[in-house]
Design a protein. Structure first.
Length: 490
């Protein structure tokens, strides 16, 4: 998903007004999590087990308080690599990586710099494409089909490629062969459901190095104004159905004008729902068609309302939620959680609603993964690169973004971000709130990533005519099935 990396999604998603879906399990802001973190010390001297969820109404009138900091300058990740590293001088050769942007992709730069320090005798070549994602995807696709290309691949940024089809065609190495032969790598050191999300057709083609979960935050009293009933939400389908049901009521009031705006909503709903578009093992198309039909027909009712622009809103997200301009916001990782919940507490009461699939699973929202190209002449160097991405030196970095796949580093990340922002920027979080995030982040189930960005683009393009009342649902689905059948047979 190139847009995620281009606009720094860790922060942009905080100001996105509707990025996800909810479930039947609602977590009030003062609820006790049943996840035992062992974290028994108060976050600060004022933190107690009794949580006050009412608005503080004591905001600093200084207009500069809500100015957005220059995240690019603050997060100079190059300075955040451990100073004490023991170099391995025995490893030689080269390692080739392709990235859409270079040297500007701040997210990947630390990985390369860490590798350079540990393996100084390996020549690392990173080919950038000047932010030209078309050139990046075209070059990568052409070379991969010719069985050439870089040694290291990042499936999550290959958003114009059908990752499942590439895997089935043998583009990626089965990484189990490295895991089984490497006596210094233990797959059990990592969160198992997250690691298993890299399995496809019984082979481990990808290894996640970070991931996102999902929590939906809302202000109950604002939902009550339009009759939005959170008790009816059991999965993304019921969520969009409730949105569609309450949309007319929301549109009656000018303050709710932008309430359900969300350009990424269809992608999020399909991804979170667990609804399969294609079963790559059986080649079945729309194996969960009953659920797909319910979701798409409910989404159609709200589709015309997703074209508003809201960049000129002066308020913070929390102020928008308090006023009812928007009703939902989301968090995905430690930093998102700390800023989203801490900021919301400054303005209003709130509740957190977690995410489940159509089968009642708490699916991983999204994985950031790495793979090795089949046929790479530098596959050992590539494997060493992956190990460093999953190492304590990297996973434990203060400025490691998103959620680490090593669970012991999740809580320290939450506490670190809390200490950095509590006070003027955010309201203090309670231990219970921190436990809530830890429970959401660790009590996850494997996502098979059925719906890659490629397939969602395919589905969206085939549904436009249906959404615009130009063809029937049955005709749209027939077109999807026919075109996908032809595509998969190629």
């Amino acid at each position: 998903m190139k847009r995620v990396f281009s606009i720094f999604c860790a922060f942009v998603l905080i100001i996105s007004m509707l990025a996800g879906c909810g479930t039947s399990r609602t977590v009030p802001s003062d609820s006790v999590s049943d996840f035992d973190t062992g974290y028994n010390q108060p976050v600060n001297d004022e933190d107690t087990d009794e949580e006050n969820t009412s608005p503080t109404n004591n905001l600093d009138p200084d207009p500069e308080e809500d100015e957005e900091p220059d995240w690019w300058d603050i997060y100079d990740l190059s300075s955040n690599i451990p100073d004490v590293l023991e170099p391995d001088l025995s490893q030689t050769g080269e390692l080739i990586i392709y990235l859409p942007q270079w040297p500007e992709p701040w997210y990947y730069r630390p990985f390369v710099e860490l590798y350079n320090r540990v393996y100084p005798n390996v020549v690392v070549t990173v080919k950038g494409f000047g932010n030209d994602y078309t050139a990046f995807n075209t070059t990568l696709s052409t070379e991969l089909m010719a069985r050439t290309g870089p040694d290291i691949l990042f499936p999550n940024i290959m958003d114009e490629s059908d990752i499942q089809k590439l895997a089935a065609s043998g583009v990626f190495i089965d990484l189990n062969e490295f895991i089984e032969s490497d006596g210094n790598f233990y797959i059990d050191d990592y969160i198992k459901p997250v690691m298993n999300s890299g399995l496809l057709n019984g082979k481990r083609y990808f290894i996640p190095y970070s991931y996102r979960t999902h929590g939906l935050i809302y202000v109950p009293r604002k939902l009550d104004e339009i009759g939005f009933d959170t008790s009816k939400i059991s999965d993304p389908i019921s969520f969009i159905e409730e949105i569609s049901r309450t949309l007319p009521k929301a549109k009656e009031n000018e303050k709710f004008k932008y309430v359900y705006n969300g350009n990424w909503l269809l992608y999020e709903l399909l991804n979170f729902s667990g609804i399969r578009i294609v079963d790559m093992e059986t080649k079945e198309i729309l194996p969960d068609e009953e659920y797909f039909e319910r979701l798409i027909k409910a989404f159609k009712l709200a589709f015309p309302h997703y074209n508003w622009h809201y960049d000129d809103w002066p308020e913070s997200v929390a102020e928008k939620m308090q006023s009812g301009v928007i009703l939902f916001t989301s968090f995905y990782d430690p930093l998102n959680f700390v800023l989203t919940v801490g900021n919301q507490k400054k303005y209003s009461d709130y509740q957190i609603q977690t995410m489940q699939s159509i089968k009642g699973e708490n699916l991983i929202n999204y994985i950031y993964s790495v793979a090795i190209r089949e046929g790479s002449p530098n596959k050992q160097n590539a494997w060493n690169f992956i190990k460093l991405m999953l190492s304590e030196e990297n996973q434990g970095r203060d400025l490691f973004f998103y959620t680490p796949v090593r669970s012991e580093y999740i809580l320290p990340k939450v506490i670190m971000h809390h200490e950095n922002y509590v006070g003027r920027d955010i309201a203090p979080l309670s231990n219970k709130e921190i436990d809530t995030f830890l429970s959401i982040a660790t009590n996850v189930e494997t996502s098979k990533n059925y719906n890659t960005w490629f397939y969602v683009q395919f589905i969206r393009s085939h549904l436009e005519s249906y959404f615009n009342d130009e063809i029937s649902y049955e005709d749209a689905v027939a077109m999807i099935k026919n075109d996908l059948k032809l595509y998969l047979s190629e």
